[in-house]
Design a protein around this ligand. Structure first.
Ligand SMILES: Cc1cc2nc3c(=O)[nH]c(=O)nc-3n(C[C@H](O)[C@H](O)[C@H](O)COP(=O)(O)O)c2cc1C
Length: 258
């Protein structure tokens, strides 16, 4: 072959492409476990943030020791025995897609737009002086462009919101992405989800929420220019706090304790 030829150019390009693809796939495989570990750590950090237990000085793993991880059978509202699943390794998102570990949600009930719901869910308990202080619930559902994944923290009355956070979504920054705005999230703190009769009453209002009167306890402002994402959030929270979600577990905790 001539020193400079079309054939040689192709050979060099092919060898270079093969080398680079090996490098990229090798890096992807080699770093997978690290990426997974980082995801788990990020989720734990979000749980600490929503529970108001995060501070930059304390390592996440150390702070997370204040959190008790349980697995609940959503349909019965009962916690499952430790030997059925290991809360450390239980992959809830994989379970939500597994036909054995999930149930189809009839369209009329599927407020969260997720199609299937896992039968078992992780829940996180925070205790103070041996008494339940907070319950943190994983929540997910459709926004406008993406599925939103987050956590909702409830206080010891199992009705008052202590915080909400999202660890994954792909809504538009500046529009739906404003669900991450600390000022918007701060409005959730102290709001009630159910009325004294146990009916779900929380609302995200298009425009401004009631500032006084009986409705003020149950409302927050909508997101201007992002009503569709805000509606998604309202619907998914209602779904997960409803009969098909965590309501049975919350009622059981109220009557029987942890
Ligand atoms: C490029 C583009 C991205 C948008 N992203 C979002 C979004 O992430 N969330 C959302 O609710 N609306 C988004 N919108 C706006 C919606 O189409 C819709 O107009 C809006 O949700 C209505 O809210 P409003 O009644 O408060 O204006 C987007 C619009 C455009 C053109």
């Amino acid at each position: 072959m001539a020193r400079e030829s079309v054939g040689k150019t192709f050979v060099v390009a092919i060898v270079l492409a093969a080398f680079c693809s090996l490098l990229v796939s090798g890096a992807a495989i080699g770093l997978r476990s690290k990426q997974e570990a980082n995801k788990v750590r990020d989720r734990k950090k979000n749980i600490l943030v929503v529970a108001g237990l995060h501070d930059a000085q304390t390592p996440v793993e150390e702070a997370f020791q204040q959190v008790e991880v349980r697995i609940v059978d959503i349909e019965s509202g009962e916690f499952v025995a430790g030997d059925q699943f290991d809360p450390e390794t239980f992959d809830q998102r994989a379970a939500a897609k597994d036909p054995e570990l999930s149930v189809a949600i009839p369209a009329a009930k599927d407020l969260a737009g997720i199609g299937r719901r896992e039968k078992y869910s992780l829940v996180y308990l925070v205790k103070k002086d041996d008494k339940l202080d907070q319950v943190i619930l994983p929540i997910d559902g459709k926004g406008l462009w993406s599925t939103l994944y987050g956590f909702l923290a409830l206080g010891d009355d199992l009705n008052t919101v202590r915080g909400i956070t999202w660890y994954e979504h792909a809504e538009t920054p500046g529009l739906g992405g404003e669900i991450d705005n600390p000022l918007w999230k701060a409005q959730w703190d102290g709001k009630k989800l159910y009325d004294p009769q146990g009916n779900y009453k929380f609302q995200i209002v298009k425009g401004q929420a009631a500032q006084s009167g009986p409705a003020a306890d149950y409302q927050i402002d909508g997101l201007s220019g992002a009503t569709l994402t805000a509606n998604g959030v309202a619907n998914l929270v209602q779904y997960w706090l409803g009969e098909d979600g965590f309501k049975k577990m919350l009622e059981r905790l109220k009557t029987e304790g942890v």
